[in-house]
Design a protein around this ligand. Structure first.
Ligand SMILES: Cc1cc2nc3c(=O)[nH]c(=O)nc-3n(C[C@H](O)[C@H](O)[C@H](O)COP(=O)(O)OP(=O)(O)OC[C@H]3O[C@@H](n4cnc5c(N)ncnc54)[C@H](O)[C@@H]3O)c2cc1C
Length: 483
């Protein structure tokens, strides 16, 4: 059995790893156009600093990230966020204010901090409190994040709290972002409890009771990272693959399904020095773990209907700028691990993270590392801007928010063009249509961040599911192929 996997990011690596477990005698080829595996995940070590060039941690409430780390023997390298700064700031008129204690992404669990926060006006607070009395929508019709939050909690909570928090994750336009595809549990809370505030309070009480009952066993903070960087997760996956599986520096230029049902995969070296000829090879099945735009292009000839639907999922680009300082250049102290910036502040910054406060191992003693997230739907042009133009814009904006003296010791910028899928309203329906088209082909599976979640644990799960689909379907289908 020969299986090709396109894309050696965390999704493709997870697919290859699981496939190797499920069909140990299969020949797997994992192609990536870049010269290294990991996709957007890339850890850089410089002058004692540890710099994550894209994702810098992952959520623990979705289990596949923590589980995979443990399975690979990396459990003792999981690092929790610094308990002393587990809060987030929101920028208002250029100044940092702590998010009201107990405000979780979309709704408050505690009323007093909401009543006291300087981030909202008295009218904004009153409107948020009315949420307890607003009739619940019981149907399953999708709506935008903006519409949902304004409907339940009012315009101010949306503009000042939810919009910046959700933008910091999805880099999306909240007027288009689907609430059912991104944070469906808040719609479930509305349906089941009639109010988000009531539901959050009940959940908090239940969590407290569960925490008291469960005194033993490791509990993780909401986010964790790996001590030696997230690249170590990708490297650990590679060590579990048979030699020759990973084919880096190989761009897949074409794929074609033969009338017999196998796939022809055409590759060429992505090394710009070599104008190498293309190679073609036959595979029994393929997993596409690349961006859906690229998948759409490659599938246009063989499966045009699927290609058309994949092309409907739009992407935005983002940029991460990391600034290294001496601690004494930062002229204030912090009680939070980062900040988010509302769109109405009209800032080029989406969010910022005090990297070396959040995870103390990321900078040498008496040094300070800050990373800035920019671009997305709010200002897509920033993702593409050359470093020498982007850096002064971001640094001068950062200086307006926090007091910084002097110039950074060094800066690192990474651009991630067209890597953030945008889960627009009715995304779930589109994904269902895509999945029913792939379900009818036992030799094709899709993985990646465009379907059921953009985070690392979701990508790992997507890779596992793609592998499981092929393992099951090929075990029924292959006798026909070999006859
Ligand atoms: C800036 C940024 C910050 C993020 N922060 C977080 C975070 O803090 N926490 C979190 O959980 N998630 C975060 N994410 C999301 C998460 O990191 C990604 O969704 C995830 O890593 C995507 O993995 P992937 O394997 O699906 O895709 P990718 O990592 O994009 O990998 C796809 C691979 O396919 C290869 N490829 C594409 N086309 C071809 C071709 N034709 N032939 C061969 N190879 C090809 C590419 O070179 C690439 O290596 C962030 C993402 C970004 C961009």
């Amino acid at each position: 059995m020969n299986i090709a996997i396109l894309g050696a990011g965390i999704s493709g690596l997870s697919a290859a790893y699981r496939l190797g477990q499920l069909i140990p005698d299969a020949t797997i080829r994992l192609f990536d156009r870049r010269s290294r595996c990991g996709g957007v995940l890339e850890t850089l070590n410089r002058d004692g600093f540890q710099i994550e060039q894209s994702a810098d941690n992952f959520i623990t409430t979705i289990p596949w990230g923590v589980q995979l780390c443990k399975e690979l023997g990396l459990g003792d390298q999981l690092v929790q966020t610094n308990p002393l700064v587990r809060r987030t700031y929101v920028v208002r008129r250029g100044r940092l204010y702590l998010l009201p204690d107990g405000f979780l992404m979309m709704a408050p669990t505690k009323l007093l901090p909401m009543a006291l926060t300087p981030i909202l006006s008295p009218i904004g607070k009153l409107r948020a409190g009315l949420e307890l009395f607003i009739p619940a929508r019981k149907n399953d019709i999708d709506e935008s994040m903006a519409h949902f939050v304004r409907r339940r909690l009012g315009r101010e909570v949306f503009e000042r709290l939810v919009e910046p928090l959700v933008s910091g994750v999805y880099a999306a336009d909240m007027e288009k972002l689907s609430v059912l595809a991104t944070l469906p549990r808040f719609r479930e809370m509305e349906r089941d409890h009639g109010s988000l505030i009531r539901a959050m309070q009940k959940q908090l009480a239940a969590n407290r009771a569960a925490h008291l009952a469960e005194q033993s066993g490791a509990r993780y903070s909401m986010f964790v990272t790996l001590r030696n960087g997230l690249s170590t997760l990708c490297d650990a996956l590679v060590t579990k693959l048979p030699p020759d599986t990973l084919q880096v520096g190989q761009e897949v230029t074409k794929i074609k399904k033969t009338p017999e049902g196998s796939w022809i995969v055409e590759t060429k070296s992505s090394d710009s020095q070599t104008t190498s000829a293309t190679n073609t090879a036959h595979f029994d099945a393929v997993i596409l773990a690349i961006s859906v735009q690229e998948s759409s292009r490659l599938l246009t000839d063989s499966v045009p209907e699927l290609a058309g639907k994949l092309a409907r999922i739009k992407h935005e680009g983002t940029a991460i700028a990391t600034f290294a300082f001496h601690s004494n250049q930062i002229k204030q102290s912090f009680r939070g691990m980062g900040f988010v910036v509302p769109k109405i502040e009209q800032s080029p910054i989406l969010a910022g993270s005090f990297s070396s406060l959040k995870y103390e191992h990321r900078a040498p003693k008496e040094k300070f590392l800050i990373r800035i997230f920019a671009g997305g739907d709010r200002s897509p042009e920033l993702a593409e801007l050359p470093d020498d133009r982007l850096l002064p814009i971001l640094l001068s904006e950062l200086r307006k928010i926090i007091k910084i003296e002097g110039e950074p010791l060094f800066t690192v910028v990474s651009h991630w063009s067209q890597t953030m899928p945008q889960y627009h309203v009715c995304h779930r329906e589109l994904v269902q249509e895509i999945e029913s088209l792939t379900a009818s082909d036992p030799t094709l599976a899709l993985a990646g961040n465009a379907f059921h979640g953009v985070g690392i644990p979701n990508c790992i799960q997507s890779g596992f599911q793609a592998a499981e689909k092929l393992a099951t379907s090929l075990s029924q289908y292959c006798p026909v192929v070999t006859e």
